[in-house]
Design a protein around this ligand. Structure first.
Ligand code: SF4
Ligand code: SF4
Length: 181
């Protein structure tokens, strides 16, 4: 015959579905090792991790919105647009890098991949599996990069390297040369 305490323990260790956390109406999340209530520390770590994931997702969405470049959010980095190859008249090979640089406003990545020599012809758009408006996305980032160059935000070494490697189109040459003067 079990004592009351033993019976309570026995009940606590039963793994009834109905005692598991409810994630959606009628759907319980099964906890494999311990009940949430028995692990306060990991429960708080779970919450911290979830908070970090939500914050990262929000930053991924809010930054492109603030920079008026919402289409970049939809790029899922499949890199199908690399198939453009020699149909890009200025020889840009990594269009997805330009899309991602626009999403996170990474001027160095944009410069390094020839963003300032894109002439927005649109040839790469038909290779995008989502038909994203690559010329507009790249054009918006070119505009932001030009402003950043004028404000002195883009480091000198990156501008020098872009110029040396022929990664600056004639539209932007004056901005880069003036920034280096
Ligand atoms: S839009 Fe820009 S990256 Fe795309 S093919 Fe034309 S020049 Fe190349
Ligand atoms: S094909 Fe489109 S979705 Fe895929 S990486 Fe290129 S721009 Fe992004």
């Amino acid at each position: 015959m079990m004592s009351d305490e033993e019976q309570t323990k026995e009940i606590r260790h039963k793994r009834e579905d109905t005692e598991q956390p409810l994630v959606l109406p009628g759907i319980h999340r099964y906890q494999f090792f311990t009940n949430l209530k028995d692990r306060g520390w990991t429960m708080n770590l779970d919450r911290a991790a979830l908070f970090g994931i939500v914050a990262a997702l929000l930053a991924t969405i809010l930054k492109p919105l603030a920079h008026r470049n919402p289409a970049t959010i939809y790029c899922y980095e499949c890199r199908a647009c690399y198939a453009t190859q020699d149909r890009c008249p200025v020889g840009i090979t990594f269009q997805a890098e330009l899309a991602v640089a626009g999403r996170v406003t990474d001027y160095l990545r944009f410069l390094r991949n020839g963003g300032l020599k894109c002439i927005r012809c649109g040839n790469c758009q038909s290779y995008c599996v989502q038909y994203l408006p690559l010329p507009e996305m790249i054009g918006t980032m070119q505009h932001d990069t030009r402003l950043a160059i004028r404000k002195g935000i883009v480091p000198r070494y990156a501008l020098e390297a872009a110029l040396k490697d022929g990664l600056v189109g004639k539209e932007f040459i004056d901005d880069v040369v003036n920034a280096l003067a």
